[in-house]
Write a protein that binds this ligand. Structure first.
Ligand SMILES: *Cc1c(COP(=O)(O)O)cnc(C)c1O
Length: 392
């Protein structure tokens, strides 16, 4: 059957017409607690008053002009991202895949501009997810997503996530970049350990390659720091952002050090919508909230609370929950029952979550979530655990 919306998604049979904070309201009147946040995107929850106002004000003034001109909102956003990260310069785009595609192009172009032609190979990790464009599918590690889409863009090799020996064995003077998610998201919520992060930095420096972090999901405060890499104290040369950056408005970014951006001169890369005034007003509004004193400390405290509550559910229902892992409000629960079944049951209890690899359930609440809302979510999880353990 041909449908007017191309059926590329297996959709859940719910539609929403309103959101407020951590809650979503369905067209049939049901209310859900949203621990999916549009897949780590609604970082400030739904209808956050400051975000709404800044978008409304900007929409009434100017939405789009193209990158033929200077865009003051874009300049301001770039300044703030640079001021608060390792980076010296930012390219704006509209999605995570586009940000990773830009990061990969930048990395190869760096070596070309530095006179090192032939440095094109990219070392990626098992279980990685970097987006759905042809190049980002090559960087990712999911054969199912690649099937039938023809020849893969070449030059992407995969090594086991977390394994330093495999990484070092794959290095050479033809490597342009090492690409990694500091906390793997779609793969099942796997934080890279800090020693591994340091080993990545050392290998990149030793072999003259760039280190690229995909913080599309784990960045923008989700880990309790603005950037997940801060936990390890290891800075990349290039970083991709999207998801939480616009709080629900589509915007992505490629951040780079001055050195890494060597090749990105006028004419080398572009995006018509990238960094338009409206998208930048949204991202600036998100930063207003996240950079306010105490905001990220609260994310850490709420994350600790959520994970401690979940650990007690593991203790009570060891036959249902195998493990809880993650950083702050980026949490994975590995279940023994098929995660899709758990996902459905939680929905019946009014809790929205997301599936992930390794039979995990991802809990990605808004960063503004309250302790009472965490209690409500954990009660739903414990109720489902009780039902499913009893039925098993
Ligand atoms: C979601 C995601 C992407 C792709 O982002 P899109 O906006 O869907 O293109 C890339 N990398 C990571 C780590 C992601 O979680």
């Amino acid at each position: 059957m041909v449908t007017t919306v191309m059926p590329t998604y297996g959709r859940i049979d719910i539609a929403f017409d309103r959101g407020e904070g951590s809650y979503l309201y369905a067209t049939d009147g049901r209310r859900f607690l949203d621990f999916a946040s549009g897949i780590a995107t609604n970082s400030l929850g739904h209808a956050h008053p400051h975000l709404v106002k800044e978008i409304q004000d900007q929409a009434a003034k100017l939405m789009h002009v193209s990158n033929l001109y200077h865009i003051p909102e874009q300049q301001r956003l770039a300044d703030r991202l640079v001021e608060n990260s390792f980076a010296h310069t930012v390219f704006f785009c509209n999605s995570g895949a586009e940000a990773m595609e830009g990061a990969l192009k930048l990395a190869r172009k760096y070596h070309f501009a530095a006179g090192q032609t032939g440095r094109e190979r990219v070392i990626c990790c098992t279980r990685a997810f970097h987006g759905r464009t042809l190049a980002t599918l090559s960087a990712g590690d999911n054969d199912k997503y690649r099937e039938g889409f023809g020849p893969r863009p070449e030059g992407f090799d995969h090594v086991a996530f977390g394994n330093v020996n495999e990484l070092r064995a794959a290095m050479g003077d033809d490597v342009a970049a090492i690409v990694i998610e500091p906390i793997q998201g779609e793969g099942g919520i796997f934080p890279a350990d800090y020693k591994y992060m340091h080993a990545l930095r050392e290998a990149a420096d030793e072999f003259g390659a760039l280190l690229v972090f995909d913080e599309v999901q784990c960045g923008m405060g989700r880990s309790g720091k603005l950037w997940a890499y801060e936990w390890a104290g290891v800075a990349p040369d290039v970083m991709a952002l999207a998801k939480g950056l616009g709080g629900g408005f589509p915007v992505g970014a490629v951040l780079a050090s001055e050195r890494a951006a060597l090749g990105m001169v006028p004419g080398t890369h572009g995006s018509t919508y990238g960094g338009n005034p409206l998208a930048c007003a949204a991202a600036n509004a998100v930063l207003d909230v996240m950079l306010a004193p105490g905001f990220l400390d609260q994310v850490i405290a709420r994350g600790d609370y959520l994970q401690a509550q979940l650990q007690s559910v593991v203790g009570r229902f060891p036959g249902f929950l195998e493990e809880v892992r993650g950083q702050a409000l980026m949490v994975g629960m590995k279940t023994t029952a098929p995660n899709m079944d758990v996902w459905g049951r939680l929905r019946e209890h009014g809790l929205l979550v997301v599936g992930a690899g390794d039979n995990a359930i991802r809990l990605l609440p808004p960063l503004t979530v309250s302790e009472a809302e965490i209690d409500e979510a954990v009660a739903a999880i414990a109720a489902v655990a009780g039902e499913m353990e009893a039925a098993a």
